[in-house]
Write a protein that binds this ligand. Structure first.
Ligand SMILES: Nc1ncnc2c1ncn2[C@@H]1O[C@H](COP(=O)(O)OP(=O)(O)OP(=O)(O)O)[C@@H](O)[C@H]1O
Ligand SMILES: [Mg+2]
Length: 331
C-alpha cells in the first residue's frame, strides 16, 4: 500500500495496517451480527458502527480481526487512551527531515482514506473532546475535519468501523450524542466448553493435553460463577505453565503443581478458590444492588426472567447507562 497521499494539497503520511492473523472460534452469531452491521443493502443505506461489549480478554479485538479478514479489508487499530487528543485520533504534525513539518494520518484516518476497517479499541477510555471530533464521521456525513492540517477527509465508501468497550473503572462517561452514533451494541459472552478448549488449543498447539483440560475446567467453572476470568487468562496460564515445564526437562514438575503455580502467578493467590472469589464479587455487587436492581444480580443479561416486569428504568451503572436501545450490558 502507498504510504502517502494528498488531500487538498496537503501531503499525508499514512499509518501501517495491522497484520491480521487469527481465526475466530465459536460464537458465530456475534460474528454474523458484526458483519451485518457492515453490510450496505441499498444505495441509500449506510454501514453501522457497533459497540462491542464484553469483559477484558473475552475476544473483542479478535472478533474484529476475524471480520475484517472475512471481508478482505485491511485492518487499522487505534488504541484509545485517557489522554488521546483529537489530533492523535485524526492527523498529527511531526517534525520530519530538515525540520519540515509532516502530517501523519492516524490509523483511523488511514482506514477512511484507503477503504479499510478501523477498530477503535477500548473506546471507553477516551475523553469527550476526542469523541466530539468523530461526531460527523459516525453519522451520515462520514467525514472528519483536521484542524491541525486544515483539511476535511471524506470516508471511502468501503470504510468500516467498530468500537470495543470493556467494563472496568478506568473509563470515561461517553456522551449520549456519541453513544447514539455507536449502535447497535453487540455483546460477547464467554465461550462454551468445546469452544474454549479449541481456542486454547489453537493458540497453544504445543500445550500438554492435561494442562489444557485443567485450564478449560477452571475457566468454565469461573464462567458459571460469573467471574471475569477470560480466554486470555487461560492462554496466559497455559503459556506460563508450559514454560515452567520446559525449564527443567530432566526433573519435570508435576502437571498439577505447575498448573497451580501458574494460576496463582497469573491471577493471584485467591484465584484457586473460585467460591471465595464469587462471594467477594457478590459482596461487591451487593453494594451496587441498590442502584442496579436485584435482577441484574440474579439473572444473566439475556435471561427472559430478567426485567420481567418490563420496567424501563436505567438500572445500570457505568458508561452506557443512558443508552436507550440496549440492555446496558454491565454485569
Ligand atoms: N472466539 C475466539 N477465537 C479465537 N481466539 C479467541 C477467541 N476469543 C478469544 N480469543 C483469544 O483470546 C485472547 C484475548 O482476546 P482479545 O484480545 O480479542 O480480547 P479483548 O476482549 O479485546 O480484550 P481487551 O478488552 O483487554 O482488549 C486473544 O489471544 C484472542 O485471540
Ligand atoms: Mg481488545
Amino acid at each position: 500500500m502507498e504510504r502517502e497521499t494528498r488531500i487538498d494539497g496537503v501531503r499525508l503520511v499514512l499509518a501501517r495496517q495491522h497484520d491480521v492473523v487469527g481465526r475466530w472460534i465459536g460464537q458465530h452469531e456475534v460474528l454474523r451480527q458484526l458483519l451485518a452491521c457492515w453490510l450496505v443493502v441499498n444505495e441509500a443505506d449506510l454501514p453501522l458502527t457497533p459497540r462491542l461489549i464484553g469483559s477484558p480478554g473475552i475476544g473483542k479485538t479478535a472478533l474484529v480481526m476475524a471480520a475484517s479478514q472475512m471481508r478482505k479489508q485491511p485492518l487499522f487499530i487505534y488504541q484509545c487512551t485517557a489522554d488521546t487528543r483529537p489530533e492523535d485520533l485524526l492527523v498529527t504534525p511531526v517534525l520530519g527531515e530538515q525540520g519540515r513539518l509532516e502530517y501523519h494520518a492516524s490509523p483511523l484516518v488511514t482506514a477512511m482514506i484507503t477503504g479499510g476497517v478501523c477498530l477503535l479499541d477500548e473506546g471507553n477510555r477516551m475523553n469527550e473532546k476526542s469523541w466530539a471530533s468523530l461526531a460527523p464521521l459516525l453519522d451520515q456525513r462520514r467525514y472528519i475535519e483536521s484542524i491541525v492540517a486544515g483539511i476535511t477527509v471524506q470516508a471511502h465508501p468501503d470504510f468500516r468501523c467498530a468500537v470495543t468497550m470493556n467494563q472496568d473503572e478506568s473509563t470515561f462517561e461517553i456522551p449520549d450524542y456519541i453513544l447514539s452514533r455507536l449502535q447497535p451494541s453487540l455483546h460477547l459472552g464467554f465461550p462454551s466448553r468445546d469452544d474454549e478448549k479449541q481456542i486454547l488449543e489453537y493458540h497453544l498447539p504445543f500445550a500438554a493435553a492435561e494442562l489444557v483440560g485443567m485450564t478449560v475446567d477452571f475457566l468454565q467453572s469461573s464462567h458459571e460463577l460469573r467471574l471475569d476470568f477470560s480466554p486470555r487468562d487461560g492462554i496466559n496460564i497455559l503459556r506460563y505453565a508450559m514454560k515452567r515445564m520446559a525449564q527443567d526437562p530432566d526433573h519435570p514438575l508435576s502437571h498439577d503443581a505447575v498448573w497451580r503455580e501458574s494460576v496463582q502467578a497469573c491471577l493471584g493467590d485467591e484465584a484457586l478458590d473460585l467460591e471465595a472469589q464469587q462471594e467477594k464479587r457478590a459482596r461487591r455487587l451487593g453494594m451496587q444492588a441498590v442502584s442496579m436492581g436485584l435482577e441484574d444480580l440474579l439473572f444473566d443479561l439475556d435471561d427472559p426472567l430478567r426485567d420481567i416486569e418490563g420496567d424501563d428504568d436505567d438500572s445500570s451503572y457505568g458508561d452506557d447507562a443512558d443508552d436507550d436501545d440496549d440492555d446496558d450490558s454491565t454485569y
